[in-house]
Design a protein around this ligand. Sequence first.
Ligand code: FES
Length: 113
Amino acid sequence: MSDTPKSYYQRHIFFCLNKRDNGEACCADHDAQGAFDHCKSRVKKEGLMGPGKVRVNKAGCLDRCAGGPICVVYPEAVWYTYVDKDDIDEIVDSHLKNGQVVERLLTPPDVGR
Ligand code: FES
């Protein structure tokens, strides 16, 4: 038997949906909710949703707001800055489905809040 427990989900993607009302940058200003909804419906449509497969979750601020809108995929801990629904489609088709990181959407490593 392996020492490493099997992950409940093969991949888990979190979208920051944080909204700030004080004028500071936040992912909600970039239609993060729309991207989340789109990702969830694509993952469902592709039959990827569920135990042993993929889970799409909302998150609060992930503290990398300067690169927003932000999402992150585990267990690979790959951070993405997306722009539109085509980018979300690419993350679903390439990474969530096939484990291929979408290099062009990677959040630069030094981007923080
Ligand atoms: S507001 Fe989205 S990472 Fe901070």
